[in-house]
Design a binder for this molecule. Structure first.
Ligand code: PAF
Length: 281
């Protein structure tokens, strides 16, 4: 596995691969990797000849009350996982190579997707995500980039940004990796106590209950309200449980078929998010 801190040297290697007509897939991460990330690398390997992964803890997607400094940095462990999974390049850019002037002026944003759901409670978060992903895309210039469907709002925002800015990159969503009880794998799960971890599968069960209920009788407000109440009874503090269009994340139009139920809820110190897509006929 090649490792680069600076984009210039990395681009030399990637240019050679492109001359050889090798297809390049990219998996951006913030490190602190788990099996869910490894499944993204495996998906990337199935789609391309070479896989580039980045580890960059992006300061602009952390809010003032979110602890950027305390985000777990486990680079050598991450590098071991990535190498074992068959990653060809590990890109760990310096802050200065992503934000040369420190504070950035040229933000990238997709307001219709960045201000709702998680964006409503994490102002500025998705603008930071879109900005850093655009810069990483410029440095890596992959043919395809893989993002987890667990962060469904992020995936749709990046798809929209990619099309709007004309990046010639295919965006692929990879299915959420789950533990046996349905809990979506996330680096945030490490903040759960043993007792909280025991209860955390309730979030996925709540999503399945909403989807089944909406398919049975179409009553979205009743099923999201009862899922919220069930999560509260289990000790969660939900930010939202919502059914939205799976294409736009706006409230579904009557008769709209491709839907997604999304939830974000605090359990102890961990803010868990999850989603489930379903199709009504
Ligand atoms: O999903 C993440 O880990 C991050 O939001 C991303 C896409 C790597 C941007 O920093």
């Amino acid at each position: 596995m090649h490792r680069f801190n600076e984009p210039v040297a990395m681009r030399e290697l990637l240019r050679e691969w492109r001359i050889q007509r090798l297809k390049i897939a990219f998996v951006p991460t913030m490190g602190n990797l788990h099996e869910g990330h490894i499944s993204l690398i495996e998906r990337a390997r199935s789609l391309a000849d070479r896989v580039v992964a980045s580890v960059f803890v992006n300061p602009t997607q952390f809010g003032p009350s979110e602890d950027y400094a305390a985000y777990p940095r486990t680079l050598e462990r991450d590098a071991g996982f990535l190498q074992a999974a068959g990653t060809d390049v590990l890109f760990t850019p310096t802050i200065a190579s992503i934000y040369p002037f420190g504070e950035t002026e040229a933000w990238v944003d997709v307001p219709s997707l960045s201000g709702i759901l998680c964006g409503a409670v994490r102002p500025g978060h998705f603008r930071g995500v879109a900005t850093v992903v655009a810069r990483l895309f410029n440095h890596v210039a992959p043919d395809v980039a893989v993002f987890g469907e667990k962060d469904f709002q992020q995936l749709l925002l990046i798809r929209r940004m990619t099309v709007d800015l004309g990046f010639p990159i295919e965006i692929v969503g990879a299915p959420t990796a789950r533990d046996a009880d349905g809990l979506a794998l996330s680096s945030r799960n490490q903040y759960l106590s043993a007792d909280e971890r025991h209860r955390a599968g309730a979030i996925y069960r709540a999503l399945k209950g909403v989807a089944a209920g909406v398919l049975a009788d179409g009553n979205i407000p009743a099923h999201t309200a009862s899922a919220t109440a069930a999560l509260e009874a289990d000790g969660f503090r939900p930010d939202y449980v919502e059914v939205r269009s799976a294409l736009t994340l706006q409230p579904p139009a009557p008769g709209e078929q491709a839907l997604v139920v999304l939830a974000a809820a605090w359990l102890g110190r961990a803010r868990l998010i999850d989603n489930l897509r379903f199709t009504r006929s």
